[in-house]
Design a protein around this ligand. Structure first.
Ligand SMILES: Cc1ncc(COP(=O)(O)O)c(C=O)c1O
Length: 411
């Protein structure tokens, strides 16, 4: 019995194989004139195949850094910053300790604080709103569009007051919010735009990279991201020379020169090792995004006629990187569908189960305000399916057919 064609993340329970399909296929093979079933586990995310491509170079780099004793910032960080700046087509790229810290340093560099309001979407990860509150400002939650899950520009306009000092659109699940409209709002009201690109490295709008259409672009290299590191890391980018210098100085407690503090900053430094390893992964990111796009296409074909599923769309002008493939399950069946997938060894997740304007910690900021309606609908209906680049076509089809089976049973 030869099991090597099965990818490392596939957990085979009982396999008797005489006939092989494509690598990653589920095996259903005849053995001793009986059908014996093989099950594979398809996790929501698995970076092992992506990371194995750089394994030997990464180990070489680790040895080099181990021997050098240079663990913080340094030449590998500068190299990474230069490579990302070229990739994005932006003047300045500055490596940071995490995606969350990029948002924090951006708000600090913009001088946002007590008495200010910053608008961000209600349906997203916590980081943007958390950072707004941490600098002492008030997060103001705008609703989203249900078709692409990004922030509603109409609702941004509704929420602008004379206290508004910035807008943070989030390019959720791998595609850009309507940056044409948001940049125009920024110009009209003289508001800086901090793009939260944690989930959208490599995404484009009308050919321009996410993170380069506003004032500051903010990226995360958390391991699950499109460009995923081996721990925490992030990066800010900007075409503004003054903001770039300020954020670079704020990265090291606002020191310039050493032990003379021009600003109140923080320890926002990126590790040398993270930057060096990310440098090795950067050349692979476009190929990975192409695979994610292919996976999204297969899902969209396979699930097109399932009435109870609303498929995600690529908004006009966007090049979607499909960080997540997030469907909406109608008819109050989300919980059951989630359970069915998990019982069938398919990893799936709910990003996000509770909108930010309904979170306990933000209660003091939302009292008396109308809750974001679409954000609440999305939070009740979404399921994200596995879409990582190394999934085989057969695995994607298996996930889709399992979901179809669920709806056939629950029609
Ligand atoms: C939309 C969004 N913003 C910000 C962050 C924060 O990034 P990090 O985890 O690197 O701090 C994340 C990470 O999960 C995210 O998804």
């Amino acid at each position: 019995m030869h099991l090597s064609p099965i990818p490392p993340h596939a957990r085979v329970r009982i396999v008797a194989t005489s006939r092989r399909r494509a690598a990653g296929d589920i095996f259903l093979e005849k053995h001793w004139r009986k059908w014996i079933f093989a099950t594979v586990k398809i996790p929501l995310f698995d970076p092992s195949i992506q990371n194995s491509k750089i394994r030997s170079d990464a180990i070489g780099k680790f040895s080099e850094i181990f021997d050098s004793g240079e663990f913080i910032l340094g030449k590998d960080v500068e190299l990474f910053e230069g490579n990302v700046a070229r990739y994005l087509g932006v003047k300045h790229a500055i490596g940071m300790s995490s995606g969350t810290d990029t948002l924090l340093v951006a708000l600090m560099a913009l001088g946002i604080g007590h008495g200010d309001e910053v608008i961000c979407p209600s349906f997203t990860f916590f980081a943007a709103a958390g950072c707004i509150a941490r600098v002492g400002a008030k997060p103001v939650f705008a609703d989203i569009n249900l078709d692409d899950f990004t922030v509603s520009t109409d609702d941004i306009l509704e929420k602008i007051t004379d206290k508004t000092k910035a807008i943070i659109p989030v390019h959720l699940f791998g595609q850009l919010a309507d940056m044409d409209a948001i940049a125009e709002i920024g110009h009209r009201f003289n508001l800086p735009i901090v793009e939260d690109c944690a989930q959208s490295f490599g995404a484009l709008r009308n050919g321009r990279q996410s993170g380069t259409l506003g004032t500051i672009g903010s990226f995360s290299f958390y391991p699950t991201k499109n460009l995923g590191g081996f721990g925490d890391a992030g990066l800010v980018c900007t075409n503004d020379d003054d903001l770039a210098e300020k954020m670079r100085i704020m990265r090291v407690h606002g020191m310039a020169p050493k032990y003379f503090h021009r600003y109140i900053g923080g320890n926002f430094r990126i590790d040398t090792l993270q930057a060096a390893l990310l440098n090795l992964k950067l050349p692979h990111v476009d190929g990975d995004i192409a695979n994610r796009r292919r996976n999204a296409e297969i899902y969209s074909d396979e699930l097109a006629d399932v009435e109870s599923i609303v498929l995600p769309v690529e908004a006009p002008g966007n090049f979607h990187t499909w960080h997540q493939f997030t469907v909406r399950i109608l008819g109050g069946l989300r919980g059951e569908a989630l359970k069915f997938l998990l019982e069938n060894d398919i990893g799936c997740g709910v990003y996000y189960p509770l909108p930010l304007d309904a979170q306990e910690c933000f209660r003091p900021f939302v009292d008396g305000r109308r809750m974001a309606k679409n954000a609440a609908i999305a939070a009740n209906e979404v399921i994200s399916l596995p879409i990582y680049p190394s999934l085989s076509d057969a695995q994607i089809r298996h996930v889709a057919s399992t979901l179809r089976k669920f709806f056939a049973k629950n029609a």
